[in-house]
Design a binder for this molecule. Structure first.
Ligand SMILES: Cc1ncc(COP(=O)(O)O)c(C=O)c1O
Length: 450
């Protein structure tokens, strides 16, 4: 834009292209704005585009719309709530629905994870969990425990805490020195050992032993917490090797380190039969972070469930003193709480966690039918999660998989791509016929890729 134009002229030009002002997150802005892809409505398993095409949602939006779209029960709950009580101050005041939601969430958590702190996103849940872990040691007189351990390729959102313990290079390298005192476990992805494994891979539990090395290096008395995704999603669906999570648990317990499971994508039935992956794998963390499925993507909300011992450690000292100096204006927002309660009702009424378990074998078989197609180098799955890894074009990483994404969209299928991996995570209400449709379309697209 020429600097000789007046500000008013510039504003008019700017307004004329109404796509320009919005800086899209995690997107190729210039490419998108040349050829936008717009959704204007959604119902159950489908989106509708601005040119009236139906698109089957194979990603539950962004791993969040677990009950499908525009469910009348949630719509009604949200409408009613905003009319009745649009907002209540989150600090030193309450409203009934947030207490009800916390109790309901607590009943879905494994073991003694019976206290719930509300946030507005997965990133906030992660940063909240890390802060709680640090403060927990502090209030117990172990203020030296300041180190946090994450994992290579981990995704824990985009807050400074989350990117520090996270292990996705592009999410870290532009943003300065991050948190200090962070170390990383090795990731568990190994195509040579585990390619085409159905479900949990057999090889790799020993990788958890690296935690012992890190503990020896820094001293156990300096480490506050280890955070991992029980199933890593955003990095391209990496499954925990058999025995791996158990081993992490053992080592953390041995050294008094808190174990945090980041269940932002796995909580609320994604892996099957249980609300959490922790329960599914029968490994008890000290803290679970969640978001997405809590309100099925309808109203932003996240939560952190903590073990009773952690909550109790803070409930000391004078009763009129604030115990944790942390919280958000919108922690436990009434409208989000109403959406959360309606969402939990739907999970329960429709038995959606059990449904994941029932559909998982069909999903697995359909997904693995893509084996042998050109460019495919691995297929991975658990519950209603699937990943197809393609061989990247030399010198053009992600180009092939992005072409698959565009072609699928043209053919009425929404998939998600990360690196050279296609990641799939449909709403838990998906039918077998729709599973066939996903893999029918995907097979055709993969065959046509250069
Ligand atoms: C494991 C995990 N943690 C944290 C986040 C961040 O959540 P949000 O985008 O709501 O901040 C995500 C998002 O995909 C995630 O998968």
């Amino acid at each position: 834009m020429s600097s000789t134009r007046s500000t008013a002229q510039q504003h008019t030009e700017h307004a004329a292209n109404n796509l320009e002002s919005f800086w899209m997150p995690f997107s190729a802005n210039r490419q998108f704005k040349k050829k936008p892809r717009m959704f204007v409505s959604a119902k159950d398993m489908h989106y509708t585009t601005d040119d009236g095409r139906k698109v089957l949602d194979a990603t539950a939006g962004l791993w969040c719309c677990n009950v499908g779209h525009a469910r009348p029960k949630i719509v009604a709950a949200v409408q009613k709530q905003i009319q009745e009580l649009d907002y209540a101050p989150a600090f030193q005041m309450g409203h009934p629905k947030v207490f009800e939601l916390a109790s309901r969430v607590a009943t879905l958590m494994p073991g003694s994870l019976d206290h719930v702190f509300f946030t507005n996103s997965g990133s906030e849940s992660v940063d909240t969990a890390l802060k709680i872990a640090l403060a927990y040691h502090n209030v117990r007189g172990q203020a030296g425990r300041t180190r946090l351990i994450g994992r290579e390729r981990g995704y824990h959102g985009v807050g400074f805490g989350g990117i520090s313990v996270g292990g996705i290079v592009n999410n870290r390298k532009f943003f300065g020195s991050l948190l200090t005192g962070v170390d990383h476990l090795p990731h568990t992805h190994n195509l040579k050992e585990n390619a085409y494994t159905k479900g949990i891979p057999a090889w790799g539990a020993h990788l958890a032993d690296d935690l012992e090395r890190i503990v020896t290096l820094h001293g156990p008395e300096t480490i506050a917490a280890v955070i991992v995704e029980p199933v890593a999603g955003s990095t391209g669906v990496l499954l925990p090797p058999k025995g791996y999570l158990e081993r992490l648990r053992e080592i953390c317990t041995k050294h008094g380190i808190l174990l945090i499971f980041d269940e932002v994508i796995t909580a609320f039935g994604r892996v099957g039969n249980t609300a959490t992956a922790a329960e599914f794998f029968d490994v008890q963390p000290d803290i679970i972070t969640m978001a997405k499925g809590l309100t099925a993507g309808t109203i932003p909300m996240g939560a952190v469930a903590v073990d009773k011992k952690i909550y109790d450690a803070f409930m000391q000292g004078p009763e009129n003193a604030i115990e944790l100096f942390h919280g958000y204006t919108y922690s436990g927002h009434p409208v989000a709480a109403a959406a959360g309660l309606a969402t939990l009702d739907i999970y329960q009424e429709e038995g959606l966690f059990e449904r994941t378990k029932e559909l998982a074998p069909y999903w697995e078989q359909a997904l693995h039918s893509l084996k042998g197609l050109p460019h495919v180098i691995d297929i991975r799955n658990i519950g209603l999660i699937g990943a197809v890894e393609l061989e990247g074009i030399p010198g053009k990483p992600t180009a092939r998989v992005f072409e698959a994404f565009l072609q699928c969209f043209e053919k009425g299928l929404l998939i998600r791509t990360t690196g050279d991996i296609i990641a799939l995570s449909p709403p838990l209400i998906i039918s077998k016929q729709q599973i066939d449709e996903i893999f029918g379309t995907l097979a055709g697209v993969i065959k046509s890729l250069a």
